[in-house]
Design a protein. Structure first.
Length: 43
């Protein structure tokens, strides 16, 4: 979480907004990573 907030700060994103959005962003990242890993296994 600390690294994500540091990145948000470096990009000029409000820390409170970043903290609020991180769970949703993380969920999408995990979903897409799993899809890629499954595609490599099958392809």
């Amino acid at each position: 979480m600390g690294a994500a907030l540091a990145l948000a700060q470096a990009l000029g994103v409000n820390a409170l907004i970043a903290a609020e959005l991180l769970p949703e962003i993380e969920a999408v990242m995990v979903l897409k990573l799993n899809e890629q890993m499954e595609g490599r296994r099958n392809g």
